[in-house]
Design a protein. Structure first.
Lengths: 228, 225, 246
């Protein structure tokens, strides 16, 4: 352990600071963009999946298959599929973009399932009364069902987003520069693994802990008792 | 230039990959059992412990649930040797997943401890049950009912979580996929087979857990997994 | 002295008083109905009687013996002679119908299983649930669950049965099946204290009606006295309100 104190002056340089900050920013970007895109597409998929009627049969089957497939894969498999898929399709994307696509697929599938759970949790008589008022499907979902479903959706959605931050670590396996990859780079520069990965762990902790606190405040502010 | 899928070149990897899936399941089960033990200790400390015990458990849970499992294993595998604790990759991975699961399972178990069937306890009390009888006939069965779906879901997630082992060269399904890919370069074909196996594994786990739940709780249990 | 004598009973929930100076007497075989606006302390009185909420002051005397709610042995003895049916049924969700009914005589009174099972089957037959012995509570309708709860209470062979708004959580079409059983119990001269909002029913089976308001008994009498010729102003107001509502 004494070794760490000896390397610390060499480690705490301006350059390393900028390098880690940049990596932290990338992790944050991957998390935020992944959640936003995943949330939007996931919401749409969930709405499609809950639609009735024969006209919607094909989109419904697609939404179902997409959700069930990507929800049941390890993050690393999805990321590798995105990576090799992009190279096979010969699309010119940066590693960051490839990782982002993979992460969006993961977030989309999980958030679609969470939203669907919320929609299903609303009492069926709400659909009936909206139908009796001559509401169309989309209007019913947007003005009657979702406003009631939020309380069921938000707690697991926040839990998922917090887990998702940690899933972005797998982007390092594609060579995307984010926190975990930064840790690997630091060790190859000769810093000890304890110091490199210890620093990375601390930075993840700070990010996740701060966002968890934010999530709890959001939950209490919309009247959901925080018990985590 | 199109890319043609050539599954013919990867069919012979299927038994090899299935063997990897079996190893993945073994890792998941082992880590799950260890995680339950650690989670139980932490949950008891969180719910009923004195200030010191609760503080230690809270620190444990907060650390392990707020950092990525992947980096935790990097630390165990690469940094612990500096402290003369040298683990081979399988042991480092199993230890890492177990410690990580212990944090999440502690939260699940604690929520079970804190959920009390107030109405049923009232009924038990008025029928003259002692504290021990309440525990045995009312509280513990209720807790199992509350915890079973959550813990089952965690197990399904852990089956997927074992893929991290592949990063460290363990011969689980992920690791064997990486090996096969390095040999054949048929990445998309191999990954699609691997994906199908993971999907099949989680579906089987869901069905098995629902079946056990039916027998155990006499009611339908829904698993998100 | 009456079979059940309640004198000057008071209780508090947290800081707010919920019962203040309740006095009542119930003879063996009587059916006392507690009526009154919500929040008047009817259900609280039952919870205090069965020992779920400790009384602050006053006394309860059952069959000539004063109940000391602070002594576990006395509570056990009380609950051996007195049973309650809850508004929300409170069945044990993890046990079958038959086990819900058998658990108290079997595990608490430690009576032999064949005898207990025979009685439990008979009781469930009496409430019309012979076909549901091995069902779980979640598979039953509200009315069926409430009938199981009544059978469970009867299984301890109580001398006094407390009924806490047993029909108010039920759908209207299920109310009658539960009331039929209580009517049957009344005909068998079971001593009961029932909190109820079914005024027609109260009139039919109650031998005595007590009107409660703000944690105390305002007026007590036969159903005819209370419903047709209420003496106090508060009773008149309450009765006219419920008559208009029905």
């Amino acid at each position: 352990m004494a070794g760490i104190w000896q390397e610390l002056p060499r480690f705490l340089t301006w350059y390393n600071g900028i390098f880690l900050l940049n990596a932290l920013l990338n992790t944050l970007l991957l998390s935020i963009i992944g959640c936003l895109a995943g949330g939007t597409i996931g919401l749409s998929l969930a709405i499609i999946r809950c639609a009735r009627g024969r006209a919607m049969a094909v989109p419904r089957a697609f939404a179902w298959a997409f959700t069930e497939f990507f929800r049941r894969l390890p993050p690393l498999v999805v990321l590798m599929l995105a990576f090799f898929g992009a190279s096979v399709a010969r699309v010119d994307l940066t590693l960051f973009q490839v990782a982002l696509i993979g992460l969006c697929l993961i977030a989309t599938a999980s958030l679609a399932e969470i939203v669907r759970g919320g929609i299903v949790s609303v009492h069926p008589n709400q659909w009936d009364s909206a139908a009796a008022l001559n509401f169309g499907y989309l209007r019913c979902v947007l003005t009657v069902i979702l406003p009631q479903a939020w309380r069921v959706i938000i707690p697991p959605a926040i839990s998922f987003m917090l887990l998702f931050i940690k899933d972005t670590a797998f982007a390092s396996q594609l060579g995307t520069l984010e926190l975990t990859y930064a840790g690997k780079v630091l060790t190859t520069k000769g810093f000890s693994a304890a110091l490199s990965y210890g620093t990375v762990l601390l930075l993840y902790f700070a990010l996740s802990y701060a966002l968890a606190g934010l999530g709890r405040r959001l939950e209490t502010s919309i009247g959901i008792p925080a018990d985590r | 230039m199109g890319y043609t899928l050539q599954y013919g070149q990867v069919y012979h990897y299927i038994p090899y990959l299935l063997g990897g899936a079996w190893i993945s399941l073994q890792i998941a089960f082992l880590c799950f059992c260890g995680g339950i033990a650690i989670g139980m200790l932490n949950a008891v400390a969180l719910a009923f412990g004195n200030r010191l015990a609760a503080g230690v458990a809270r620190a444990y849970v907060t650390f392990f649930t707020n950092t990525p499992g992947l980096v935790q294993i990097y630390f165990i595998y690469y940094a612990l040797p500096d402290l003369h604790i040298v683990l081979d990759s399988v042991h480092a991975v199993v230890l890492g997943i177990t410690l990580n699961a212990g944090g999440y399972l502690a939260l699940i178990l604690r929520s079970g401890f804190l959920s009390v069937p107030v109405n049923e306890i009232d009924a038990g009390v008025t029928l003259g049950m002692t504290r021990l009888m309440l525990l045995r006939y009312v509280i513990v069965p209720h807790m199992i009912g509350v915890l079973y779906p959550a813990i089952g879901n965690k197990f399904i997630l852990m089956v997927l979580g074992t893929a991290v082992a592949g990063v460290f060269g363990v011969e689980d399904l992920m690791g064997r996929t990486i090996n096969a890919n390095a040999e054949s370069f048929r990445s998309i074909e191999l990954l699609s087979i691997t994906a199908a196996i993971y999907v099949a594994m989680t579906i089987c786990a869901t069905i098995a857990l629902s079946g056990v739940g039916m027998a155990l709780l006499r009611r339908r249990v829904r698993f998100a997994g | 002295m009456a079979f059940l004598q309640i004198a000057d009973l008071s209780a508090t929930y947290g800081r707010s008083p919920v019962l203040s100076g309740v006095s009542l007497a119930v003879e063996k075989g009587e059916v006392l109905s507690l009526i009154g606006p919500s929040g008047s302390g009817k259900s609280t009185l039952l919870r205090v009687l069965i020992g779920l909420l400790p009384p602050q002051a006053g006394s309860v005397t059952l069959a000539g013996q004063r109940v000391d709610y602070a002594v576990p042995a006395a509570l056990r003895a009380l609950r051996g002679r007195c049973a309650i049916v809850f508004q929300q049924y409170n069945l044990f969700q993890n046990m079958t119908v038959l086990n819900n009914v058998m658990v108290a005589p079997l595990k608490i009174k430690r009576r032999p299983r064949p005898e207990v099972e025979e009685e439990a089957r008979a009781l469930l037959g009496k409430v019309g649930l012979s076909a549901k012995l091995h069902a779980h509570p979640s598979e039953l309708s509200g009315g069926q669950q409430q009938r199981v709860a009544i059978a469970r209470a009867l299984a301890v062979k109580p001398e006094l049965l407390l009924l806490d708004e047993v029909t108010s959580a039920l759908d209207p079409e299920l109310v009658q099946e539960v009331l039929d059983i209580i009517r049957l119990l009344a005909q068998e001269h079971m001593t009961m204290i029932a909190v109820s909002h079914e005024m027609g029913f109260v009139r039919e089976i109650a031998t005595k009606v007590a009107l409660m308001s703000e944690g105390t008994v305002v007026e007590i009498g036969t159903p005819a006295e209370i419903f047709d010729a209420p003496r106090s102003e508060r009773a008149r107001a309450f009765i006219s309100k419920i008559i208009r509502a029905h």
